[in-house]
Design a protein around this ligand. Structure first.
Ligand SMILES: [Fe+2]
Ligand SMILES: [Fe+2]
Length: 240
């Protein structure tokens, strides 16, 4: 396995590891995102057993010990399994997440105390990069779920939203909603819940230009339209 690197927005790098054995024949990607700044941020640590690959990929962009912030969608192995390996490798690094993730998991699991973020709170990374934390409980899954929005590039770090198969180009302008619903059919991974459509439509109000997906290609284009279409698709599934 190798990890491919692509800059998907100014100063935001996608580190993508393709695993052909998951959902063959298309296969499946695990993507981390590195946001540059005076205080660089890594979104998703990657699996603990892939730490070597992820660490090597980050080191091709900056000295890994310069990482300052580590965040992720929710507490699961692919999102944060290597958190403590990263905290050891980067002495200034700190996990940052919402209240639920901190109280339920990170205050115990993380080897150093996390920064607990309020819904809507900003982390200033410097060099113009501003990261907003947004609670998205149970969407697409996990009580503690939350995502990040980088305001200067209007990049939404979507976590597991829009998960789809395959190993295409890092960035696409093609439809990602159809592939996301196809993946939902195969792995029913979302917690269909009464507020899911409203939560996703709330993200559309941010008018993102780039959607950075944990599993699948990132998307460049009308992010609001894609999010509203995804919300509609989930509302239909929820009422079947
Ligand atoms: Fe997940
Ligand atoms: Fe994931």
């Amino acid at each position: 396995m190798q990890t491919k690197i692509a800059e998907i927005a100014d100063g935001i790098f996608r580190l993508s590891t393709f695993v052909p054995d998951i959902a063959p024949p298309a296969g499946f990607t695990f993507n981390q995102f590195l946001v540059l700044g005076d205080e660089p941020l890594l979104f998703h640590t990657g699996l603990r057993k892939m730490f070597g690959l992820t660490h090597d990929a980050v080191s091709r962009i900056l000295p890994p010990e310069r990482l300052r912030w580590i965040s992720f969608g929710h507490f699961e192995a692919d999102e944060c399994g290597a958190l403590n390996e990263w905290l050891a490798a980067a002495p200034q690094a700190q996990a940052a997440h919402g209240q639920t993730a901190c109280l339920v998991s990170l205050n115990d699991f993380a080897d150093r105390p996390p920064r607990q973020l309020q819904n809507g709170e900003i982390i200033e990374l410097g060099r113009g990069k501003r990261i907003r934390y947004i609670d998205t409980p149970h969407t697409p899954h996990g009580w503690d779920a939350g995502i990040l929005f980088e305001e200067s590039t209007r990049t939404l770090l979507c976590g597991d939203l829009f998960t789809h198969f395959g190993d295409g180009a890092a960035l696409t302008q093609s439809d990602i909603v159809g592939p996301a619903i196809a993946a939902e059919e195969l792995f029913p991974y979302s917690s269909l819940n009464p507020t899911m459509g409203a939560t996703i439509r709330g993200l559309a109000d941010l008018s993102p230009r780039t959607l950075a997906l944990m599993h699948g290609q990132s998307y460049a284009g009308d992010g609001a339209a894609a999010l509203r279409a995804l919300a509609d698709a989930y509302d239909r599934r929820r009422t079947v």
